[in-house]
Design a protein around this ligand. Structure first.
Ligand SMILES: *Cc1c(COP(=O)(O)O)cnc(C)c1O
Length: 397
């Protein structure tokens, strides 16, 4: 294929975009700027930067060149005008919500969210006078009802943590536009390698960069991307004086390193997770498997429309319920019992007692996060070794 006039592809941008070695002594790898503050050429220049009349770096809480490069690459990979890097996924969520919402505003959240995100909205924001409505955003009628005029923001994950529900981004965006709400999508599970929510009508896309973007289980980080004006607002208020959730330059460097292999890793995560999902679906001890690649009916259409691959997370419920689930987790030898996801290591966790313990038990059940659910983040080990370990543990259940 003739690519002479084609824009650079995803992996090329993930590796090269925004950096010229000639600007840094020829160093192949971008430098890490470990600095908290920046020298002003003159007193007047410093004043002009503070007034926003001159470009440049002022102080490390809001901007650092290593973060700037990461932000440029993430904006490109998500198809956004701009991006902002923060200290964690929760930092990105809090900085975004606190920048865009005020007392009296109404927010709609999907009923399945990462536990701390759910707590942030239902226990945190409500203390400051924000009205938070929980809806099933896979249901078009419930979505249209919930997104009535006066709603300021709609927030969801797809695929959702932990039960892998998929939400039709374009459909929610259309309903939100009718009522004037901003659409914010947590894209942590899919990454831009598999799904780009802004292309389907979302206004902002968020990440826990702790997961696949970093990809190696050695840091915490967060990203939010969208229109330049909105990102500037989140940087100037949510980051600068509402959270101070600044990503360290070293972690920005490590996420940049992770991005270089993102596409490659996601292909392998998807292939291995597809095999684990098939194994689980065929095992007599398993009652139910949740994986976007096994979605049926309308959900399968949504997956086809908005995802280029099915991701590395698989959840399942055992016939023996929670007790059997815990037995299987304890019988695993290679697969590591740990929360988090997106690492090279295959991890398994029990959402009801771990990542989603912040939900009151009745709500957890109502929201489809059952006590028997266990969730695998399929890693990059030799696939046969992962499958053998899970088979042995299931046989023992
Ligand atoms: C982990 C996670 C978060 C929170 O991110 P941190 O980096 O741990 O603060 C938010 N959303 C999803 C879907 C997550 O998995």
């Amino acid at each position: 294929m003739d690519r002479r006039n084609a824009p650079p592809g995803f992996a090329t941008r993930a590796i090269h975009l925004g950096y010229d070695p000639a600007t840094a002594e020829g160093a192949l790898t971008p430098p890490i700027y470990m600095t908290s503050t920046y020298a002003f050429e003159s007193a007047e220049a410093g004043g002009e930067m503070f007034a926003g009349q001159r470009a440049g770096y002022v102080y490390g809480r809001t901007k650092n060149p290593t973060q700037t490069l990461l932000e440029a690459r993430m904006a490109s990979l998500e198809g956004a005008e701009a991006a902002l890097a923060l200290a964690s996924g929760m930092g990105a969520i809090a900085a975004t919500a606190w920048s865009l919402l005020a007392a009296g505003d109404r927010v709609v959240i999907d009923r399945t969210l990462y536990g701390s995100t759910y707590a942030f909205f239902t226990q945190g924001l409500v203390r400051y006078g924000v009205e938070v409505a929980v809806a099933d955003l896979t249901d078009p009628e419930a979505t249209a009802e919930a997104l009535r005029p006066g709603t300021r923001m709609v927030y969801f994950e797809t695929p959702a943590n932990p039960n892998l529900r998929v939400i039709d981004i374009a459909a929610v965006a259309a309903a939100a536009r009718a009522g004037g709400a901003a659409v914010v999508v947590d894209n942590t599970f899919a990454t831009p390698a598999l799904q780009r929510p802004l292309e389907h009508g979302a206004d902002l896309v968020l990440h826990s960069a702790t997961k696949y973007l970093g990809g190696h289980g050695d840091l915490l980080g967060g990203i939010v991307a969208g229109r330049a004006e909105t990102i500037a607002r989140i940087r100037g208020t949510g980051l600068r004086w509402m959270t101070g959730a600044t990503l360290s330059p070293l972690n920005a460097f490590l996420i940049l390193r992770g991005l270089k292999t993102l596409e490659l890793r996601m292909e392998r995560h998807c292939a291995a997770a597809t095999r684990l999902a098939a194994l689980l679906a065929g095992h007599p001890a398993v009652a139910r498997v949740a994986y976007p690649g096994l979605a049926e009916g309308a959900a399968a259409d949504v997956v086809r429309r908005q995802m280029a691959g099915h991701g590395g997370l698989v959840a399942c419920e055992l016939r023996g319920g929670m007790a059997a689930g815990l037995r299987v987790m304890n019988a695993l030898r290679l697969v590591t019992r740990a929360v988090s996801l997106g690492d090279a290591e295959t991890l398994v966790q029990h959402p009801a007692s771990m990542t989603h313990a912040a939900y009151p038990p009745e709500e957890r059940a109502r929201h489809g996060i059952t006590d028997g659910l266990i969730r695998f983040s399929v890693g990059l080990e030799t696939v046969e070794d992962i499958l053998a370990d899970v088979t042995r543990a299931l046989d023992a259940a």
